[in-house]
Design a protein around this ligand. Structure first.
Ligand code: N01
Length: 564
């Protein structure tokens, strides 16, 4: 299926017809690979994935830093659309490590024969919508131009590295690395004095691993963070068999849950139970480990007083684990409610501070002034270093999209359209950018959800939409401006109904990147609720979208309640 006449005209003008496609998909991670499979193998479209890396894996291709491991439980960090894939693949640990995830994605790519339509080593430099032809013209760094009716961005939410612009970085005589652009050959820390900047989910995973190898590790902490032990370990044969036997139930739970995880939130509030009972519940959740901790009460992200009880419990754990009182004080001096920034989970993070070769610098007291030839200078002193590791996160959710040089109708660029922050309808489409779909785009649950669940839902929704368009001969789809305005307001309301915006320095708000507009980007109304909204909009004839110039229904239906 393709838009016959335009395609024929373009092909006649350019005999290299393999440059003219129905769909260009950017990114070969979980989302781009599944999108290729559905468009090519279910709809019979001519689709190609462009990927800047030299292998599949997306975020996991780049994030090879020491200790890189997924915080979702492995049996839920899989494609659930195919029983054959679920039955054949076997995860080894409770949380999969980066190399195992890349192996998994290669396994899927081979099983589904995807690689023949994935063009590696290909960086998209510009994507322009040609209104007369109703085609996207996608340019790559090698000078190639592809054309397609549909442009689908599958670039990941956390793939544009945020390297802080600290004065003097270029004069540093040692090596420096960002965790999200880790060298494929690895980094040898043996005998080295290492400085790590950043204590988010990534930094917290890296500290114990680097500490075990380096001569000395100095951690530069700006914001102290909560962390819960992952309680990782090899999966038992019984669990593996159970997970294979119960895929339908697991899928059902993931689809019913707020965050797409294979467990539901307990239907109880913090103050429904006595203080002793609460402490016992938190102790048990600590032993169980991981993101399940957040699900033991349903009001942890809704009620500050409720949240304080979890925060206090977690701070008391830090003080119990860390033996040096000064370090314990700096690590537990946390200024935001629990889980208002993405809660890290760890393997031996706080314990690492009990090692003789790990020191902590509290940047709130002694900020970094500059990077020198020899290391990092704070307002107090200079720390001599051989290697600096920036675990400083990402220009999240919008960074990678804006790097694609997208220009929509009337020459308006995406960066201009989003000058005051991202504006989408459902996180799926942007007004003025016809036939462009953004998988896990801003305004969708994305990073607040177990990613494969959010990805499958988006990819399937987009595929169904394109299928309808192709069947009915619809040339264009884009959101109505009013629907976008209503959706953006709903996304704000959903966030404001929770404690999430209370972490003013969070990347959810874009606050980690200097100059970035501060807008709460992911949809906090819950994955299950979001899925219902998207389904309802599709079955009611794509309300809020304009197809072929006609408004296909009224704008967004009544806003639903949000519980985060
Ligand atoms: O990045 P972050 P991340 N000077 O932005 C500090 C996902 N993830 O890579 O908080 C000094 O959370 C910054 O300090 P502050 C997960 O969704 C998933 O750790 O801004 N410090 C913070 O401590 C996660 O949330 C998994 O004050 C500076 C740190 O750097 C997301 O990725 C694993 C600084 C950045 O923390 C991002 O996590 C890992 C500066 N100039 C990550 N700039 C898995 O599931 C920044 N910082 C495997």
């Amino acid at each position: 299926m393709s838009d016959g006449s335009t395609l024929a005209r373009l092909q006649a003008a350019d005999p290299q017809e393999n440059r003219h496609l129905d769909a260009v998909i950017v990114g070969a991670g979980f989302s781009g690979m599944y999108q290729l499979h559905l468009l090519r193998d279910r709809l019979g479209l001519k689709a190609r994935v462009l990927e800047r890396g030299d292998g599949v894996g997306g975020t996991w291709y780049w994030n090879r830093y020491p200790g890189a491991r997924c915080d979702s439980e492995s049996h839920s960090y899989s494609y659930y659309f195919s029983d054959a894939l679920l039955q054949e693949w076997e995860w080894s640990e409770r949380y999969p490590q980066q190399p195992e995830i890349v192996r998994y994605l290669n396994f899927v790519a081979d099983k589904l024969d995807l690689k023949r339509d994935i063009q590696l080593d290909t960086t998209v430099t510009a994507s322009r919508y040609d209104e007369a032809a109703n085609r996207w013209l996608v340019e790559t760094a090698s000078g190639e131009t592809l054309t397609a009716k549909y442009l689908i961005t599958a670039v990941g939410c956390l793939s544009s590295a945020n390297v802080p612009d600290i004065p003097g970085r270029d004069r540093f005589q040692g090596q420096w690395y960002h965790t999200g652009q880790w060298p494929h050959e690895g980094v040898d820390f043996t005998g080295k004095r290492v400085g790590q900047v950043g204590t988010g989910s990534t930094g917290i995973q890296a500290v114990p691993v680097i500490a075990a190898e380096a001569e000395h590790l100095t951690v530069f902490q700006r914001t102290a963070n909560y962390s819960i032990p992952a309680q990782n370990g090899p999966l038992s044969a019984e669990f593996k068999a159970w997970a294979k036997k119960n895929t339908d139930d697991i899928r059902h739970t993931m689809h019913a849950s707020t965050n797409g995880h294979p467990f539901l939130m307990e239907e109880r509030n913090v103050f429904d139970v006595s203080a002793e009972e609460r402490r016992a519940i938190y102790e048990k959740a600590w032993e169980v480990g991981g993101l399940r901790f957040r699900a033991v009460f349903q009001d942890l992200l809704l009620d500050k007083a409720a949240n304080d009880t979890a925060a206090e419990f977690l701070k008391s754990k830090i003080r119990e684990i860390v033996s040096d009182p000064q370090k314990a004080e700096a690590l537990s001096d946390i200024d935001h409610p629990f889980a208002t920034k993405r809660p890290p989970i760890d393997t031996g993070y706080f314990e690492a501070y009990n090692r003789d070769n790990v020191s902590l610098v509290n940047l709130r007291k002694t900020p970094i002034v500059e990077i020198t030839e020899k290391g990092i200078r704070t307002s107090e002193k200079e720390y001599a270093l051989d290697i600096i590791v920036f675990a400083t996160g990402f220009d999240a959710m919008t960074g990678s999209l804006l790097k694609l040089g997208i220009v929509g109708r009337d020459g308006i660029s995406l960066s201009t359209a989003w000058e005051a922050g991202p504006r989408t309808y459902l996180g799926l489409q942007v007004a003025g950018f016809p036939n462009m779909f953004t998988i896990t785009g801003p305004g969708s649950p994305s990073v607040l959800c177990n990613m494969p669940v959010a990805i499958e839902q988006h990819v399937e929704w987009v595929t169904n939409c394109i299928e309808q368009m192709e069947k009915k001969g619809v040339e264009r789809i884009e959101p109505d401006e009013q629907a976008v305005t209503d959706w953006v307001e709903h996304v704000n309301d959903a966030a404001n109904a929770t404690l999430l915006p209370k972490a003013g320095h969070s990347w959810y708000l874009g606050a980690n990147v200097p100059g970035k507009p501060q807008v709460f980007m992911p949809y906090a109304g819950g994955m299950a609720r979001y899925r219902g909204i998207c389904d309802r909009i599709a079955t009611s004839g794509y309300e809020g979208f304009v197809m072929d110039g006609e408004t296909a229904g009224s704008p967004v239906p009544a806003v639903v309640n949000s519980t985060g």
